[in-house]
Design a protein around this ligand. Structure first.
Ligand SMILES: [Zn+2]
Length: 209
């Protein structure tokens, strides 16, 4: 499957599973000094591989494609430029995770699946959508984790592959819902540091196998 095809497949999956609504959210994959990214303001059900754009990471210029690239293009290019190991990004405004982002509250480790992301899902400081500082804050807050919340905005999930980044975007939404529910039941029981260490260790072998 071509990169463009995979991007369309995952973008549509984000829409079908409710991680994004309308034309919000975007998906990208790094290829050397370039990246492929979804277009701006195109309904997901109309998207085809011809709509995916190839963008130069350094100049931000469109190399291939006739559409306008996602308004979050500077965030994607700057994340790739600042973090060599990141190969794919899924950005959503999924509801429960975005509630935590708006409340400026990290998602706590209430379920072991958080180990696929990190010790928690932290919140990066607010910066205007589409701005270059958004990427700086996201990368800084991300550290070694695989996902981060953007204050008053949404979610960034990253990975070696688009499938990894997508799985993490989905996990972050699930974790946010579970944390939200735990708050509603007034009984939030995060894993202990030791339990978290164990889970993180487990995920290392899980993802490398
Ligand atoms: Zn956004």
């Amino acid at each position: 499957m071509s990169i463009q095809n995979e991007i369309v497949k995952i973008a549509k999956q984000c829409y079908e599973t409710g991680l994004v609504v309308g034309t919000a959210g975007n998906v990208s994959v790094r290829e050397g000094d370039m990246m492929y990214i979804t277009p701006s303001a195109l309904p997901y059900n109309e998207m085809t591989e011809e709509d995916v754009l190839k963008v130069d990471l350094t100049t931000g210029k469109v190399i291939e494609g006739n559409r306008k690239p996602s308004s979050e293009t500077p965030m994607h290019t700057n994340i790739y430029l600042q973090k060599e190991e990141i190969k794919a990004i899924v950005h959503t405004h999924s509801t429960y995770a975005t509630i935590f982002a708006c409340a400026h509250k990290a998602i706590p480790p209430v379920h072991y699946v958080i180990a696929d992301i990190g010790r928690e899902v932290s919140v990066a400081p607010y910066a205007r959508y589409g701005s270059e500082s958004l990427a700086g804050y996201a990368v800084e807050t991300l550290g070694d984790a695989n996902g981060v919340l953007l204050a008053n905005h949404g979610v960034v999930a990253v990975g070696d592959t688009l499938a990894d980044a997508y799985r993490r975007a989905e996990a972050i939404e699930e974790l946010a819902l579970l944390s939200y529910g735990s708050h509603v039941l007034n009984s939030v029981n995060p894993l202990t540091e030791e339990e978290l260490d164990e889970a993180l260790e487990g995920f290392k072998t899980y993802t490398s196998n």
